[in-house]
Design a protein. Structure first.
Length: 255
């Protein structure tokens, strides 16, 4: 029985080079395709985060404007109150006139609210490493400044502002007491739950009169009054940076 041996013709060097080039091209194309896919995913996630941050900034802008209005109203109230106390201290008006003047005041209360910035979208962008992929250098810098500098300044001022409000509310409980009675729905259960009755009752107390005529009360008002201006400065800075960021993001999305 004969065995036939099949001879294979050896490949020449050109065939080896051709196979190498084809293999190299396939690997390279696969690498570029994967990079392109990853880049597309990252770009999509960045855009999603930008849209989320845009919505957060729009909400911040509304809240900042609302708080600034509240603070301006508080300043007007404390301006009037300080002026009345000044007149009483200088004997231009007597105690009875002082009490009558305060009866027609808006609530003598630290009713202004503090700003809490929603930074979750930015933190998500930062922790996932997406912030480093943002190509617009100005946008990246402004985002970091708004959330890392302005935001922290607001947080710091929130603590002092809230504390100043609590101290004032303790010194003069009339304001916070009237405010809560206006918010409650059971005012008719007791005569004292009616805000006007409560205010008249509190203002008739000798302790209230002593507080109103004390220098400590004037100091407490001035401390809170000053803190409003400090907080306003922080809010106006936040408003300015917020506006710049909104303008950048809206122009990018053609809004």
């Amino acid at each position: 029985m004969e065995v036939h041996h099949h001879s294979h013709k050896p490949k020449n060097w050109k065939e080896y080079i051709t196979e190498f080039i084809m293999l190299f091209a396939a690997v390279t194309l696969g690498f570029f395709a994967e990079n392109l896919r990853e880049h597309s995913i990252i770009s999509h996630r960045i855009e999603q985060n930008k849209v989320a941050i845009l919505k957060d900034l729009e909400n911040d802008a509304i809240t900042i404007d609302s708080i600034l209005i509240d603070e301006q109203n508080a300043i007007k109230t404390f301006d009037r109150l300080l002026n009345v106390l000044y007149l009483a201290k200088n004997k231009t008006i007597n105690q009875e006139q002082l009490i009558d003047s305060i009866k027609v005041f808006p609530d003598i209360i630290a009713t202004t609210f503090t700003l809490y910035v929603n930074n979750s979208s930015f933190k998500n962008m930062q922790s996932s490493g997406l912030l480093s992929y943002v190509e617009e250098e100005e946008l990246k810098n402004r985002l970091s400044y708004y959330y890392e500098v302005v935001f922290k300044r607001i947080e710091s001022n929130n603590v002092f502002f809230d504390q100043a409000g609590k101290e004032f509310g303790t010194t003069m409980p009339l304001g916070i007491g009237s405010y809560f009675r206006k918010m409650r729905n059971d005012q008719s259960n007791y005569d004292l739950n009616k805000p006007s009755n409560y205010a008249n009752f509190m203002l008739s107390l000798q302790e209230t009169k002593n507080v109103l005529l004390s220098e400590k009360f004037i100091f407490d008002i001035q401390k809170y009054y000053n803190q409003i201006f400090v907080y306003q400065m922080a809010l106006k800075m936040a408003k300015e940076e917020n506006g710049k960021l909104l303008k950048l993001l809206k122009s990018e999305h053609h809004l």
